[in-house]
Structure formats: C-alpha cells, structure tokens
Design a protein around this ligand. Sequence first.
Ligand SMILES: NC(=O)c1ccc[n+]([C@@H]2O[C@H](COP(=O)([O-])OP(=O)(O)OC[C@H]3O[C@@H](n4cnc5c(N)ncnc54)[C@H](OP(=O)(O)O)[C@@H]3O)[C@@H](O)[C@H]2O)c1
Length: 258
Amino acid sequence: MNLGIAGKFALVTASSAGMGKNIAHALAAEGVHVALFARSKDKLQAVAREIETRHGVQALAIAGDMTNAADVENLANTLEIKFGRLDILVLNTGRPPNPIRATLDELDESRWRDAYQVQLWGAIQVAKRIVPLMLGRNWGRVIAITSASVKEPMRHHCLSTVFRAGVTAYMKHLANEVGNKGITVNCVAPALIDTSHRTSASAYSAAQAEARKQLTPLGRMGTQEEVTGVVAFLASMQAGFITGSSIQVEGGMIGALT
Ligand SMILES: NC(=O)c1ccc[n+]([C@@H]2O[C@H](COP(=O)([O-])OP(=O)(O)OC[C@H]3O[C@@H](n4cnc5c(N)ncnc54)[C@H](OP(=O)(O)O)[C@@H]3O)[C@@H](O)[C@H]2O)c1
C-alpha cells in the first residue's frame, strides 16, 4: 500500500535510539524527510546519517532535551529554518523511572517529578511549540506514543500510567481543537514490545520478562516493526478519518472489549 506521504516533513522526538529511532526509519522508508530530537548529539547524528544513506531522504539531527524550554525553542527555530514546514509530529518520550515499583512503594517525590517531566510535560512542551508550525496547510498528523497501561493499568506501572493518561487526555483535547485545520491527533499505546536493543539495565528481571509473554494470547513479545508500522499508518493519507483515538499494540493483553 502506498501511504501517500512521500515528500512530507516529520519530527520524531526521543529518537536517538529504540522505538523513536525505528519510527524515524519507518517514516523515512515511506519517503518522508525526518528531523530527529534527543539529548545525545553523536547518536542522533549517526542515526541521521544512517537514515539518509538507507532511505535517500533528508534527515536532520537536532540535539536537545524535551523537558528544557530553551532546547524546544531551538528545535522549533531550526525546523523553521531547515525544513520551513512540518507535516507529521511523532511525540515519543524517554522511559519512566526504573525500576518499576508497587504503588504504595512509590514514595520518592523525585521519581514523581521525573516521570511528570519526561512523560507528560516534555510531550506537552514540544506539542505546544511545534503544532503551530503545522497549521495553515489543511493537513497534518500528530501521533503520541503512550502505553497500553492507560487502557488497563499494569502492575507496578503507576508512574507511567498516571502521566500517560495525562498525555492521552491532552491529545484528545488537541484532536478536538485542530481537526478543523485538517490535522489528526492520535495515540499509539504499546505494551510487551521487545526492547532487547537496549544496553542499559532492564526494568524487568529475566523471570518477570518471561512472565510478561504469558500476558498476551499470542504468548510472545511484539516487535519494533509491529509498532512502527502502526505509527506509519496513522501518519498516512489513508488514516485521515481516524482522530482522537488510542490504538493499542499489545498482542491482546487488554482484557476489555474496547
Ligand atoms: N517497549 C514497550 O513495550 C513499551 C510499552 C509502553 C511504553 N513504552 C514507551 O515507549 C517509549 C520508547 O521506548 P524505548 O524502549 O524505545 O526507549 P529507549 O530505548 O530508552 O529510548 C528512549 C529515547 O528517548 C530519548 N530521551 C530520553 N529522555 C529524553 C529527553 N528528556 N529529551 C529528549 N529525548 C529523550 C533517548 O535519547 P537521549 O538519551 O539521547 O536523550 C532515547 O532516544 C518509552 O517512553 C517507553 O516507556 C514502551
């Protein structure tokens, strides 16, 4: 299927590694020019070079922190100068504080503040500065990566659930307000996606990781491609009548009918 987005311009946040990097590749494979934003300049530049070589599109590496207002201002200014427009915004974020804990064991205010900053405020700070750049062409796609926890809270994921529910609410408000500008706004809510690419300590022990596979009828973890494909679809021409939705990518883990 031709997604009809070749030649569009996208920003993918938190994209120096993992899901964000893979989403940038997936959009670039459709002929989309991509801007990458994360804190590690060297890693970002390497990803940008990899994308340009593999997909033949423009890839822009803009180093910065989503929680830092000056960095987000620089991001917006650089996009205006280098791209001159933006059609697709993918709001990926860093992870919540590690390790996961039971709700009543989440006692440290610093972990709550970190989770708020990284999961919720970072996404809002980018959205409120960048979405205005998308207005005026009667077409746009905003996609936030949240978590299936917003549909059915997972044990010990309270820090993530609380703030991703906030992102989901923000995106729903935004969808209602920019729909008449031709911009759709949706969330992709993953769970149980394989992150064996990560080199830093996992949030899960080996036993917890194995038990997680049994949480889905499919009995396995999802692949990165099974998330990036959904994001690319939501960015497509064909997804133009989907807005204000949260699409779960969790292998059937959620027990509810909807
Ligand atoms: N795997 C799953 O099943 C699953 C389920 C639900 C939700 N998620 C969520 O999906 C997201 C991506 O997961 P992942 O496994 O790809 O994570 P990851 O491998 O840890 O990558 C996180 C990315 O975020 C960037 N980042 C972190 N803090 C940032 C900040 N303040 N400003 C800008 N960039 C920042 C990092 O780059 P720098 O360090 O260079 O800044 C990195 O590129 C996370 O929010 C995760 O919680 C995953």
